[in-house]
Design a protein around this ligand. Structure first.
Ligand code: FES
Length: 572
């Protein structure tokens, strides 16, 4: 097998000349023939001035390089796209597939026998999972790690569950402008990813549970020395994988390990986005994430982590309680411990080495869970023929079965313009409906599913309402919120038929979301809509990445990947 600098030579029609030229250029970096004869470990650097979550990446690169060299291989750092959640217009999700393509193609294009991918902020690890699944070069993922908690007036603060909660208090008039400015300075006090169980923490836990990242690497705080030691060890393991030619991502990302990931997603109170990303990564390998199975697991697997937004603590507390290895021990019997890891052993080895921390109350036992059921439920019903999802662990018990009058917003723009209109006819018992916010309609499926409570209701103390949409929401958010309705309204989904004043019934125990309007009336409405583009959807782009996205993005139940990136799918 071709290894090292001989791998993937540029085509000039003369392989020896290609190698000669490659070495001539790389020697301009001062590399010796000895260095160039070693196995090569690529390191994807995702540092960006726009991405504060990745602020520690330069130190991680240094530590990974040290590990690679200690093991006798040659580290080669290269850049890829970096995406920060708050610095991506229109949404970070719009760019996830671009990052996945960038990462996959640069792994393929450049000579490397193994690769270390440094990810963290929400869509970066998902993009890297998709990329490594397709490139199938031995891979270790190094999460950047979570931020430390912030503090305000004796209270611990965490981005971004507390961002949303305290902003809600500000909207309700209980926190003034000066206080909210001070809080703004305290919510994200260090480099690292959001320190609650948002999407970043969820995906970091998932790659650790799938054996793609080292034990403990999901939860070691971004700023701690252990994070650097873990990065160094990741470099050493990557060097061993470069020599051994494996294990490859396809050997690690099996149906059994995806099932393990689904169990972990339910047990950690994980982000709803995690389900979309897992579906996309599995799809790259021809593996289908079965929503019915995921829902069944949600009935069997309790939430065991007492972390925000489902519970009380933050990622650093999870880490000091034993992290993912200790959690996996609690899940014995529900997960397949024979699943292999990038380090060469199995999850059983990881669990055997898990630290026992006496008196910790972050990782609960199955006999004493945070919630008796899993994080998420999958809904059907006439509004969601291809499914919808609700994070039941972060929803209000009292609203899990609810009938209410629909108050419809045609788009995110319409929502922004009208939600705080004092003349808007809305009560706390109504169901807020947002459409044209799916993968194609918005585009990029923004995290707009957490519709704000109207100011006048917030001022009356209303903290939650049933909200439904074809959008996503941040994993850090809390509320009775139905998301990812598929198919989305912009491609003809029934969400487009709802009118303000209709009755909508949510039945989480029965796993249904229904529009209670008779079939003949719905048929009339569908005929009136016609076959053209949905009125509230974004204009159809005619060029560039946006046009590619519009033409090829799949629905939420298929992971929102591009159809041409999924084996066996043909681009429309
Ligand atoms: Fe980067 Fe939350 S904004 S992880």
């Amino acid at each position: 097998m071709t290894r090292g600098m001989r791998k993937g030579l540029t085509s000039y029609g003369d392989a020896d000349f290609s190698l000669f030229l490659r070495k001539a250029f790389i020697k301009a970096m001062g590399l010796s023939d000895d260095a160039l004869a070693r196995p090569v470990v690529g390191i994807a650097n995702t540092f960006s001035d726009y991405n504060a979550c990745h602020g520690n990446v330069p130190k991680l690169v240094e530590a990974i390089k040290r590990g690679v060299m200690l093991a006798g291989a040659l580290p080669m750092e290269f850049p890829t796209i970096s995406i920060h959640e708050s610095f991506a217009h229109p949404t970070s999700m719009f760019l996830r597939n671009l990052m996945a393509m960038d990462t996959e193609e640069m792994i393929r294009a450049q000579p490397m026998d193994a690769v270390v991918l440094i990810g963290g902020c929400d869509k970066t690890i998902p993009a890297q999972m998709m990329a490594c699944a397709s490139a199938d070069v031995p891979t270790i993922i190094v999460p950047v790690g979570p931020m430390l908690v912030g503090h305000y007036q004796g209270e611990q603060l965490g981005a971004c569950t507390d961002c949303r909660r305290l902003w809600g208090e500000h909207r309700g008039g209980r926190i003034d402008a000066q206080q909210i400015e001070r809080i703004n300075e305290r919510l994200a006090p260090t480099a690292g990813t959001c320190m609650v169980m948002g999407t970043a923490s969820t995906m970091a836990c998932i790659v650790e549970a799938m054996g793609l990242a080292l034990p403990g690497s999901a939860s070691i705080p971004a700023t701690h020395a252990d994070r650097l030691r873990s990065a160094e060890a990741s470099g050493q393991f990557a060097a061993a994988m470069a020599v051994n030619g494996g294990p490859t991502p396809a050997q690690l990302m099996t149906p059994a390990s995806f099932r393990n990931a689904m169990v972990v997603l339910q047990a950690i109170g994980g982000s709803t986005n995690g389900l979309v990303h897992l579906t996309a990564a599995a799809g790259r390998l021809g593996i289908k994430i079965d929503l019915d199975e995921f829902d069944r697991l949600g009935r069997e697997v309790p939430v065991l982590l007492d972390l925000k937004p489902s519970g009380r603590h933050y990622m650093e507390h999870f880490h000091w309680a034993g992290g993912v290895p200790r959690l996996l021990r609690e899940l014995d019997g529900l997960i397949d411990l024979d699943a292999p890891t990038a380090m060469g052993g199995t999850l059983r080895d990881v669990v055997a080495a898990a630290e026992d921390v006496r008196g910790q109350d972050v990782i609960r036992s199955r006999a004493d869970p945070i919630k008796a059921y899993g994080s998420m439920a999958v809904l059907g019903g006439n509004l969601a023929p291809r499914g919808a999802v609700i994070k039941q662990s972060a929803a209000s018990r009292a609203l899990m079965t609810h009938r209410g009058r629909a108050v419809v917003f045609e788009s995110v723009q319409d929502l922004t313009e009208r939600i705080d209109d004092p003349d808007l006819d809305v009560t706390a018992d109504d169901v807020l409906v947002l459409r044209n916010a799916g993968p194609r309609g918005a585009p990029g499926m923004p995290e707009a599913g957490y519709l704000p409570i109207q100011k006048k209701l917030a001022q009356q103390g209303v903290k939650d309402m049933v909200r439904i949409s074809d959008a996503r929401m941040s994993g850090t958010a809390f509320g009775t919120i139905v998301l990812h309705i598929a198919p989305e309204s912009a491609v003809g989904g029934p969400l487009g038929l709802v009118r303000s004043g209709d009755t909508i019934a949510l039945d989480v125990p029965g796993r249904r979301i229904d529009l209670q309007v008779d079939a003949a009336e719905l048929a009339r409405r569908r005929a009136a809509l016609g076959a053209g583009p949905s009125a509230g959807a974004a204009p159809v782009p005619d060029r560039g990445y946006a046009a590619l996205f519009h033409r090829t993005v799949l629905q939420a139940d298929e992971g929102c990947d591009f159809d041409f990136l999924v084996p066996g799918r043909t681009s429309g």
